[in-house]
Design a protein around this ligand. Structure first.
Ligand SMILES: Nc1nc2c(ncn2[C@@H]2O[C@H](COP(=O)(O)OP(=O)(O)OP(=O)(O)O)[C@@H](O)[C@H]2O)c(=O)[nH]1
Ligand SMILES: [Mg+2]
Length: 342
């Protein structure tokens, strides 16, 4: 098998500027904002979220990301007094320079009309200060609705929310922390946020063909969500359509257990190499670039496996340039600093 050379398409080591995105996570108190943030970025499992207290004012965290991107995540406590404050005294501070608004609706809410009124006010402030922001709507806690009614209730809620969204084109998701749906929604949100993803995707395709893979998944390391993928024709016949979200879920749970039994912090890397060799397929997951892990699924065969592993090592350098060519150091990556904004 040949080695990978992607050099031609990549701008020669040009310094990539640091990008920042302000992400507002809003919705009424108890709707599940801090729960999802902890699951996605801090390696909590769903049941850990029962311990979370209500967020006081704004919980701000900075997440270093693929593509030299830093997410400034504003988890805005949803109690009425805080919401009023964001809309009045802190209006400009909260709503200016927003890249993304993620608004969470609790499906179980007893007063959806009131939730809509609050949302309407938030949209008003957003159009005033950040009219180009993207808006994602999560209709959350879907596990609390009987499966037969989920689709109707979800569609009805989405229609009502769209009607109150002014000129914003909303992207809606039905989510729950108790299944894969949360990972699917956040993977799509993050996919939209990461710069250079089209280039990364193109190169994943070249790599996949060279190593004769069935599928390649690129995981963002702080969230372990699949932000990019390539699938061969055979890989595309896989009947498990939600396998990306399932794999995120499985690996995150594995990392959680590892941390519990080794006493290492949850935010630590936990593993750098994982291999699975089965009768009908083989698979490895390796730490790839500063901010990513790579999963490669292959047909069985020791030679193919070893060759793919070597080629992935060679490709690493080229992808690193697309990820974050700036400084490299032990402090980079999934560090999540939280501080309360006064
Ligand atoms: N059944 C169910 N419960 C959920 C889900 N997501 C979160 N919860 C629960 O909802 C409760 C409140 O969640 P939080 O994440 O603290 O709510 P919040 O939106 O951050 O609330 P504030 O910080 O007050 O704005 C927790 O007990 C969670 O376990 C879900 O998808 N389904
Ligand atoms: Mg909270």
């Amino acid at each position: 098998m040949e080695n990978l050379s992607l050099q031609d398409d990549i701008p020669a080591n040009e310094p990539r500027k640091q990008r920042k995105k302000k992400v507002l996570l809003m919705g009424k108190s108890g709707s599940g904002k801090s729960s999802m943030r902890s699951i996605i970025f801090s390696n909590y499992v769903a049941k850990d979220t029962r311990r979370l207290g209500a967020t006081i004012d704004v919980d701000l965290s900075h997440v270093k990301f693929l593509g030299n991107l830093t997410l400034n995540l504003w988890d805005c406590g949803g109690q009425d007094a805080f919401m009023e404050n964001y809309l009045s005294q802190q209006r400009q501070h909260v709503f200016s320079n927003v890249g993304v608004l993620i608004y969470v609706f609790d499906i179980e809410s007893r007063d959806f009309d009131r939730d809509l009124l609050t949302y309407r006010s938030i949209i008003g402030a957003l159009s005033q200060f950040s009219s180009t922001a993207s808006v994602y709507i999560l209709i959350h806690k879907m596990d609390l609705v009987v499966p037969t009614k989920r689709e109707d209730i979800y569609n009805d809620r989405v229609d009502q929310v769209q009607a109150k969204s002014d000129a914003f084109e909303i992207t809606p998701f039905a989510t729950s922390i108790w299944d894969q749906s949360l990972y699917k929604a956040w993977a799509e949100i993050i996919h939209d946020l990461v710069p250079n993803l089209d280039q990364i995707e193109k190169h994943l395709g070249s790599l996949g063909k060279i190593i004769s893979a069935e599928e390649i998944l690129l995981f963002e390391r702080s969230s372990f969500l699949v932000v990019s993928s390539w699938t061969s024709t055979i890989g595309g016949m896989n009947p498990t359509t939600d396998r990306f979200e399932r794999l995120s879920n499985i690996v995150k749970t594995f990392k959680q257990s590892t941390s519990r039994y080794t006493g290492t912090p949850k935010s630590a890397e936990q593993f750098c190499h994982f291999e699975l060799k089965m009768k009908n397929f083989s698979l490895f997951i390796v730490k790839f670039t500063t901010n990513t892990y790579l999963l490669v699924a292959l047909p069985p065969g020791e030679t193919r496996f070893n060759s793919a592993l070597e080629n992935v090592k060679i490709a690493r350098k080229e992808f690193e340039d697309l990820d974050s060519p700036a400084k490299k150091g032990a402090d980079r990556g999934a560090t999540c600093t939280a501080a309360n904004e006064a």
